[in-house]
Write a protein of this length. Structure first.
Length: 109
């Protein structure tokens, strides 16, 4: 079997990379990573068990949002007050208010 120098060099680099990864992933690194991932996964699980993900997904897929992101409208104080008459705006604010109230209740527990 005749190995080309390029292949041998590639194999050496691969082995060096594996050794570096093995050095990095010691017990402490794995414990640190799991300490970070655990609360993130709890949060993802909590969000996934609500309708919030579906609402966010539908909202982000709205073609009107795409248009607004490409050419954002300038909205002043009176424009914001006028937007409050819109039912979609009212429902959106209602969702945000309920999220904030739930966070407030949770902060007391």
């Amino acid at each position: 079997m005749n190995l080309e120098p390029q292949k041998v060099e590639l194999m050496v680099e691969l082995i060096d990379s594996i050794e570096l990864i093995m050095t990095f992933f010691n017990d402490q690194a794995i414990q640190d990573i799991s300490g970070i991932l655990s609360p993130v996964l709890k949060l993802v699980n909590g969000i996934a068990s609500t309708d919030l993900i579906d609402i966010l997904e539908r909202g982000l897929m709205d073609p009107e949002l795409d248009k607004a992101l490409l050419d954002p409208p300038k909205v002043g104080m009176f424009g914001l007050l006028g937007a409050l008459r819109n039912e979609d705006m009212q429902r959106g604010i209602g969702v945000v208010v309920e999220i904030i109230k739930a966070l407030g209740r949770a902060s007391v527990e």
